[in-house]
Design a binder for this molecule. Sequence first.
Ligand code: BGP
Length: 468
Amino acid sequence: RVKSLPQGFIWGGATAAYQVEGSTKVAGKGKTMWDDYLKAQGRFSPDPASDFYNRYPEDLALSKKYGLNSIRVSIAWTRIFPNGTEQEPNQEGVAYYHRLFKECLDQGIEPYVSLHHFDSPQTLFEDGDWLNRKNSDYFVAYAEFCFKEFTEVKNWFTINELISLAYSQYIQGNFPPNHHFDVTSGIQAQHNELVAHARVVNLYKKLGLPGRIGLIHVIQPIYPIDDAPENIHAAKLQDAFMNKFLLDGTFLGYYSDDTMESINEILRLNDAHLEIEDGDLDILAEAAPQNDFFGMNYYQNQFIKAYKGESTNSFNGTGDKGTSSFKFKGVGEAVKKEGVPTTDWDWNIYPEGLYDSLKRVAADYPNCKTIYITENGLGLKEDQPAENEILADDKRIDYIDQHIEAILRARDEGVDVQGYFVWSLQDQFSWANGYNKRYGLFFIDFATQKRYIKKSALWFKELADTMK
Ligand code: BGP
């Protein structure tokens, strides 16, 4: 059953600063938008997370041992500029990332580095986060600092999952500031983040730096639940909001008429509006052909049915199967499809959606060159293994195996996929789910921080060896 990976394939594990580092109050670090929010919520703490701040050498050694050649990490903006706005960097934060990158390179693990992974500085968050365009100036300044400082990094991502941030903050309401169906903010945040990304890409290219740069979108392909015309239309609207608006802006450098027709219909039905300032589209157009690569995250698809009532939703952040619902006025309602399995968090398991998404991006966006799958994986509730026991996570292996299969199929048909990062390298803190949703190749006992091997790590190694 073991397939083989193409020579030179990027084979890595993914992490994000706030989800793994812990140590949120040390060495001059500033608060992110999560610190006070999580404290007030009282469900779970971002400390110690996976204690990666201290234990990165151990996790990198494990990565190497199990055949990984790359890692996704993010820089915590608030370790470098604690308020997001300072002129002078926090040297302890700068030194930490130099140590981390050095350890990666010493272990032969190539770092792929994001500048923003859901962790806006608290001060900027209070000032409107991405909705306040002034904050993008601070983001560009932070990016420029990182490019000039961390010259050992050759692969950059600007922002991780622009849609998830906008959607979770302003539509689904499960990220601070917890707005539900605030459609104006939900679309404006997408646009503003995209312009910020484009400004950073344009800057990177102007600086003539020797590395590569791109961004990360999660793609959730949307399928109508059946062939009824109203359901097909609902799926088209939801797709424009979740995928096409950002893909167009990123790789066409403008929002196509077809996309704007759908977006405007959604805005009209929800009394919402989008402001595109003079010059924004020039910035997008300049960046579109300059992305060196595209990071695609993929977990699941959505099946959609038309919905005309008032918007309402409930988020499953506990793993109690069947507790989620999503109904977006005039757009659609998420429904389950018979025969498509779901996780305890109600996520569809649908590898075909990854194949379809790769084919779609390759067909519709010629500016999208090399693709890396920058996240894909399965969240499970898992029990503490016994000393020296290897945790049997066959479900995860099966999930990853089916998705690798989809990737290799798309590749055989000409889609330029050059790598895969599993979400996640080790068990981590999950934003809206806490610690019981585990994704890692390595199990962590969060109380002692001891690492245990899961069977999926062995499977990963076996596949890595096919490249030899
Ligand atoms: C992506 C994020 C990650 C990660 C993952 C799993 O959206 O980029 O940060 O958390 O999804 O999601 P969750 O933790 O909600 O299960």
